[in-house]
Write a protein that binds this ligand. Structure first.
Ligand SMILES: NC(=O)c1ccc[n+]([C@@H]2O[C@H](COP(=O)([O-])OP(=O)(O)OC[C@H]3O[C@@H](n4cnc5c(N)ncnc54)[C@H](OP(=O)(O)O)[C@@H]3O)[C@@H](O)[C@H]2O)c1
Length: 251
């Protein structure tokens, strides 16, 4: 039985992937801050799941939790490094410093603590897989995306560079870069303003968390010698904004 370590498993992509992989017979280590949510998963999948309630920004807690994994969950085959968030859509110079720090500390620092703690365990396996959750925001700079776009550009470039460091190891790395997807993501971004979050998804088709889980599960079925470096996906209703030109600007 293979084991997957999934961050952000209390909601959205992480939760859907945990469920999909558990149903496919994987053992799951489910990490997030909200303990109650993780316990719901644990009740459903029983001894197949080990839960870790912590904040990925807490470096000591991350390394301690990995160090103290129960022996039956120590052989990790798959890392889904997914916990992350966006906050607000203000111009950078109007964005609260606290929001800037939360995004950088979660999407970059916390993400790296998890990768740094888990990769030594992946190296012990004959083969292993890392899925990093990037975003279309990592290559498409959109208005008000500033810090979030930057953190996802980091995830993308880190994922590609990591492939070099893992040469010869049979550890695959994929940067998954989704577009518009309805999860708690926008509610978190707009700090609980559900109406504002829902407006984004009104009268259009968006991806679901289950779609992302399906993509991850299907990549796992590919032959051993194939590495998908990056996979960008959007709903058919979404395309790019294009370049913007200001009219009437005094120069
Ligand atoms: N939804 C989209 O449109 C979209 C598109 C592209 C990329 N993404 C990326 O995909 C990933 C998952 O997003 P989602 O859409 O599934 O959002 P979501 O429903 O808000 O889920 C985010 C998950 O991350 C966890 N998390 C956040 N901060 C954490 C922290 N400091 N420590 C531990 N866990 C933390 C949350 O759990 P707790 O709150 O319980 O800690 C939750 O389980 C993110 O990296 C996001 O940037 C999302």
């Amino acid at each position: 039985m293979k084991t997957a370590f999934i961050t952000g498993a209390s909601s959205g992509f992480g939760e859907a992937t945990a469920r999909a992989l558990a149903k496919d017979g994987f053992k799951i280590i489910a990490l997030a801050r909200r303990k109650e949510r993780l316990e719901t998963l644990a009740r459903e999948f029983k001894e197949q799941i080990h839960t870790i309630a912590l904040d990925v920004r807490d470096k000591e807690a991350v390394f301690e939790a990995v160090e103290n994994l129960p022996s039956e969950f120590k052989a990790i085959d798959i890392l889904v490094n997914n916990a992350g968030l966006a906050l607000e859509t203000q111009k950078f110079d109007e964005l609260a410093l606290e929001d800037i720090e939360t995004m950088v500390d979660t999407n970059i620092r916390g993400f790296l603590y998890v990768a740094r703690a888990i990769i030594p365990l992946l190296r012990k396996q004959k083969s292993a897989y890392i899925f990093n959750l990037g975003s279309v925001a990592g290559v498409n700079p959109y208005f008000g995306g500033n810090v979030y776009c930057g953190t996802k550009a980091f995830v993308r470039q880190f994922s590609l560079a990591l492939r070099n460091d893992l040469r010869g190891s049979n550890i695959k790395v994929t940067n998954i870069a989704p577009g518009l997807c309805k999860t708690e993501f926008s509610e978190v971004r707009f700090k609980g303003d559900k109406k504002k979050a829902d407006e984004l998804y009104e009268n259009t088709k968006y991806l679901s968390a289950e779609d992302i889980a399906k993509v991850i599960c299907s990549i796992l079925t590919l032959p051993d010698h194939i590495n998908i470096n990056e996979l960008e996906l959007m709903p058919v209703t979404q395309t790019w904004n294009g370049l913007f030109v200001e009219k009437g600007q005094a120069l």
